[in-house]
Design a protein around this ligand. Structure first.
Ligand code: ATP
Length: 202
């Protein structure tokens, strides 16, 4: 039987990767939207050709791969350019995700995406799990992980969909405000529940 799809999302530093890993350890197949977003612009893929046609060859690095910093620079503060890029990439990323998920063989599979709601990718899923952590913990954990400063992390938190909007789409919420052992037990509990579902519905 085809697996049903769980969308896993949460703000920066909320613990998506840690939660996804706990599901992977239990044999659940996952795809990461950030990885899919990188695959669609690899050399030889049509999207990269279109990006070069649009922005010029200076958008490439010497080895022919996309210069992400240059691209960010070009769309930063230019809404039309950002929209152009999103219109090109969002459908391709969606197709990429769908084609990976089509090969998943666990009873259910997981799409991990920081922008699950904002990008509309939640439409590829039957159920949404939001990892939620108090903002202070999000910031503290991200700063420790990335050696970023508080101002940078706060700016990213602000740019993401607000917490209420995310939680509005949640079928399940995992509050990641305790230690990693507790997180693992919560994932075990959810995994047992998810295995009991047909098509992601209770
Ligand atoms: P991003 O969106 O930035 O990729 P994320 O949601 O994937 O973040 P993680 O990378 O899983 O978040 O977690 C952020 C950091 O906090 C990591 O270093 C992780 O190991 C740590 N962390 C996550 N949950 C906990 C926890 N319950 N206790 C202690 N540390 C945690």
């Amino acid at each position: 039987m085809k697996p049903w799809i769980l969308g896993l999302t949460g703000g920066i530093g909320s613990g998506k990767t840690a939660v996804a890993q706990a599901f992977i350890d239990r044999g659940v197949h996952t795809v990461d939207a950030d990885h899919a977003a990188r695959w669609v612009v690899e050399p030889g893929r049509p999207a990269l050709t279109k990006i070069v046609e649009h922005f010029g060859a200076e958008i490439l690095q010497a080895d022919g791969t996309l210069d992400r910093a240059a691209l960010r620079q070009r769309i930063f503060a230019v809404p039309e350019e950002r929209r152009w890029l999103e219109a090109l990439l969002h459908p391709l990323i969606g197709q990429e995700i769908a084609s990976v998920l089509a090969h998943a063989e666990s009873p259910y599979a997981i799409l991990v995406s920081p922008l699950l709601i904002e990008s509309g990718q939640h439409r590829l899923t039957q159920r949404v799990l939001v990892v939620d952590a108090p903002e202070a913990l999000q910031i503290e954990r991200t700063m420790a992980r990335d050696s970023a400063n508080e101002e940078q992390v706060r700016a990213i938190v602000k740019a993401q969909a607000d917490r209420e909007e995310r939680l509005r789409h949640a079928h399940d919420v995992l509050s990641n405000d305790r230690d990693l052992a507790w997180l693992d037990r919560e994932v075990e509990r959810l995994h047992t529940f998810y295995l009991s579902l047909r098509g992601g519905q209770a």
